[in-house]
Design a protein around this ligand. Structure first.
Ligand SMILES: Cc1cc2nc3c(=O)[nH]c(=O)nc-3n(C[C@H](O)[C@H](O)[C@H](O)COP(=O)(O)O)c2cc1C
Length: 322
């Protein structure tokens, strides 16, 4: 167990924020596997400022997801403050997280948000301090190791973030220039941990429970955050927790995977239209059915309603009934 501000996190596994993935449906599944803390997909401060319905709908969360952190990306203090306040008052998340890691050009170049903030330490201080002063819940920040290999400044940024009043920091051990390529540098996570007193969450390349344990041991971080490793494989969360406790690790059966696909769709249908939910499941199918006959994947891609989706799942169950 560790604490972020006054929020108790019951174990050291954190679900990474992932745009297009970490909505309420996937977060609930992660929670059911015992995930200590879940972070929602990022939302734009400006979109909230301008009252975009699409973005406000993205804030949907359920009580059972707690403790939950809502992530915001942006580039100026005023809209960050507005969005943080709006989210606190309307959604009551337990934590607000500030994105300083997103590498995509639309965010990091056009909007000068996400990882672009790493190039401007003064702005980092200003934004974090203003958000901390605005909301009553703990504020955390998620960073990369730096903008590029010539400007690795995670330790400097972490100290600034701590000074500005943040309650924890997540470090993804890649520069913005690396995107998602190469290996994450866990040594930078270790260095950050050695230089701040607030909890440090390590992130990058955890694909197994063994990786998770190794990151905790090698970096001394307080918790590990898992992103791509849980895509189509939320069982990894339980695997990590079981492994940490010395319990036997079990892999999901084909039937459990098929049932999880159905559950994922059902959870989506609780808050999204049928058409949108089915479209979203196309991405998820690609992750969940990696080890299955490719023909099924292609069939799912053509489906546009839930009845056909459930029928095809039944067909799958008949073929893979272990
Ligand atoms: C599809 C996808 C969407 C992502 N969206 C976000 C996001 O909204 N906010 C964020 O801070 N990071 C985002 N990330 C980065 C992850 O949170 C994480 O830092 C990165 O994937 C490295 O961790 P991993 O190796 O465990 O995947 C995203 C990553 C992926 C693959």
């Amino acid at each position: 167990m560790f604490k972020i501000g006054n929020v108790e996190i019951k174990n050291n596994i954190v679900l990474a924020p992932m745009a297009g993935i970490c909505n309420s449906a996937f977060r609930r599944i992660a929670k059911e596997f015992g995930c200590g803390l879940i972070v929602s997909e990022m939302v734009s401060d400006k979109a909230i400022f301008y009252g975009s319905k699409k973005t406000i709908d993205m804030l949907y969360m359920k009580e059972e997801e707690r403790p939950i952190s809502q992530q915001i990306f942006g580039s100026d203090k005023e809209s960050f403050v507005y969005a943080a306040k709006y989210i606190e008052e309307n959604m009551h998340p337990d934590i607000i997280d500030i994105n300083m890691g997103c590498p995509v050009p639309k965010v990091a170049v056009s909007a000068q948000a996400g990882s672009a903030l790493l190039k401007n330490p003064d702005k980092v201080y200003e934004i974090v301090k203003s958000v901390v002063e605005t909301v009553s819940v703990p504020v955390t920040v998620k960073i990369r190791s730096g903008w590029d290999s010539n400007s690795i400044n995670a330790v400097e940024i972490a100290k600034i973030v701590e000074k500005a009043g943040a309650s924890a920091i997540t470090v993804h051990g890649r520069t913005r220039a690396q995107g998602y390529s190469g290996n994450a540098d866990w040594n930078i996570i270790k260095q950050v941990k050695e230089n701040v007193k607030i909890p440090v969450i390590g992130n990058g390349d955890i694909k197994s429970c063994y990786d998770a344990k190794r990151m905790l041991e090698e970096t001394n971080c307080d918790a590990v955050m898992i992103g791509r490793g849980v895509l189509g494989n939320p069982w990894l969360i339980k695997e990590c927790l079981d492994y940490f406790e010395g319990k036997e690790i079990t892999k999901p059966t084909n039937l459990e995977i098929i049932n999880m696909v159905e559950k994922h769709l059902n959870y989506l249908l609780e808050f999204k239209e049928e058409r949108v939910s089915i479209l979203e499941m196309r991405t998820q199918i690609g992750y969940y059915l990696k080890g299955f006959n490719k023909e099924y994947k292609q069939k799912f891609m053509k489906i546009d309603n839930k009845k056909d989706f459930y029928d095809l799942l039944e067909e799958l169950r008949n073929e893979y009934h272990d």
